[in-house]
Design a protein around this ligand. Sequence first.
Ligand SMILES: Nc1ncnc2c1ncn2[C@@H]1O[C@H](COP(=O)(O)OP(=O)(O)OP(=O)(O)O)[C@@H](O)[C@H]1O
Ligand SMILES: [Mg+2]
Length: 327
Amino acid sequence: MEPLLKVDDLRTQFHTDAGLVNVVDGVSLELKKGEILGVVGESGCGKSVTSLSVMQLLPKDISKVASGSITLEGQDILAMSPSRLRKMRGNQISMIFQEPMTSLNPVFKIGDQIMEAIRFHMKISKKEAKVYAIEMLKKVGISRPESVVDEYPHQLSGGMRQRVMIAIAMACEPKILIADEPTTALDVTIQAQILNLMRQLQQEKGTSIMLITHDLGIVAQMCDRVVVMYAGQVVEETDVKSLFKNPKHPYTKGLLASLPQLSGNQNKLKSIPGQVPALDEMPTGCRFAPRCEFRMDECDTSKPNLLNVAENHTCRCYLYQKEEIPS
Ligand SMILES: Nc1ncnc2c1ncn2[C@@H]1O[C@H](COP(=O)(O)OP(=O)(O)OP(=O)(O)O)[C@@H](O)[C@H]1O
Ligand SMILES: [Mg+2]
């Protein structure tokens, strides 16, 4: 089946003090209908920039998609006009942003912001939209939604604002929901509630979800497939079961070892030594080599490709050198 969303060899550049750098460097991924794809990796590895590239919401003055392609049901997102993109956002693809504080407009009431999103895509009256907005607020677990619709963002807590953002993103029942760390700022009860809500959306409406998270526990609980990113690249991709049972890339293994539920003992968490390389100091060989316990000579001198290591399982590492992925 043709994927709903296809990102192919995406390269996104930023102008920084150190010059022009590839923040996302050759990322390919696919989102199929009705699946939940997890995107994991440490801070700064390009998860948000990948999703902002898909939404065409990169800061234009300092960044651009330099090469690659992004298609939505076969249509080239990179070639869409601004008005076509506005229609796409919210209706076909919605995004829950990592920073809820910055994504609500402080001068408009909560209800008006949800209603605006609804009425842009659905032909319904203002009155009906308000009823629907209240219903959406209720769905994301906001108590007294009838009063919250008439409040301003500053009157709500961070967690409530995040839930309003989720209500807006889900309001038009998009085909694809990109959720960038949707629950990081929320307490565990609310977090569970939001994750349930996303799963419900996926099960009832067949929504495809790209779930970006640091939390492998959430991945285990929610996702069908997982893409592991490191320093702007995909280093491993497989179904969620294989990732946890049979991780291949040393980076993935490191991430799993630092997960309390899996290692069993909270006090003996292993964290991966070292840090993600700076954008202007990328190693010439494997980007993970400086931190890797399995590092070999060739890892420092040449760049590993993303290869098939098992069925539906790819990995970018010299420990596994089987056939090239068919393109
Ligand atoms: N507006 C910006 N200006 C300059 N550099 C940026 C900007 N946005 C992102 N970057 C750089 O791009 C790289 C990737 O950032 P990105 O936000 O995609 O990471 P991430 O994987 O989402 O991290 P996190 O888990 O912290 O959200 C980082 O090195 C970051 O410094
Ligand atoms: Mg991010």
